[in-house]
Design a protein around this ligand. Structure first.
Ligand code: SF4
Length: 217
């Protein structure tokens, strides 16, 4: 169990999945360069609107920008949108009559990614919300603006285990204030920190320095 002082940013888990060095540059060294991907993403998050749901419907309501945290994961952050539907498997909500079942709706600007970074983040959000509401949540949703697709994701035991292990590694690296070396790989081409990281040059420079000073890599 972590205390509030130890909490790391929930949104960082997608950076950690994408590249551990990127996560360390942002969350340990506080470096941040905006590129078109991050700026567009922020604008969409500010304007999130679910085209399938009207908030006035009696059996559904939305909660936006909901703060959540998990003492088990040691993460805290904000969930864009939680959709509550009247359902006997749900919970009571102060100020509302009836029983309501929550579903997270996470908005992404592009289309579904080839890797699982969005799903890892959604699973971490789900585990945080479960702790907040003291409820088991089996699925959460992703909405992709580019393809206008809403996808339901099963938050199964294997993804929960992955989130738990990843959050533990994040805390270990954070406690050691450890930033991994640059290493050029496929994700570098779409990395928002490419110019700051310079993976090809940094790697080369390190190799030359190591050769000159007889340091083993
Ligand atoms: S440029 Fe590559 S190595 Fe550097 S932070 Fe980005 S993804 Fe990681």
């Amino acid at each position: 169990m972590y205390t509030e002082d130890d909490y790391l940013m929930l949104s960082g888990i997608q950076h950690f999945y994408f590249c551990k060095r990127q996560w360390a540059l942002i969350h340990i060294e506080q470096s941040w360069l905006e590129n078109s991907h991050t700026v567009e993403g922020q604008i969409l998050h500010e304007k999130t609107d679910n085209p399938f749901i009207k908030e006035s419907r009696k059996e559904i309501f939305l909660s936006r920008s909901v703060p959540v945290s998990s003492a088990i994961l040691g993460l805290s952050g904000i969930i864009d949108t939680i959709e509550f539907r009247k359902d006997e498997e749900g919970i009571r909500i102060p100020g509302k009559t009836g029983i309501w079942k929550p579903t997270i709706v996470e908005y992404k600007k592009g289309k579904q990614k080839k890797d699982d970074r969005d799903i890892i983040q959604l699973a971490a959000q789900t585990m945080c919300l479960e702790e907040k509401l003291n409820i088991k949540i089996e699925t959460s949703d992703m909405f992709y603006f580019k393809t206008r697709q809403r996808k339901t994701v099963s938050i199964d035991e294997s993804i929960r285990k992955e989130v738990l292990e990843m959050s533990q590694k994040m805390h270990e690296m954070y406690n050691q204030q450890y930033t991994p070396k640059a290493e050029f790989f496929k994700n570098c081409k779409e990395c928002s920190l490419y110019e700051l990281c310079m993976p090809r040059i940094t790697k080369k420079r390190k190799s030359v320095e190591n050769y000159l000073y007889n340091i083993e890599e």
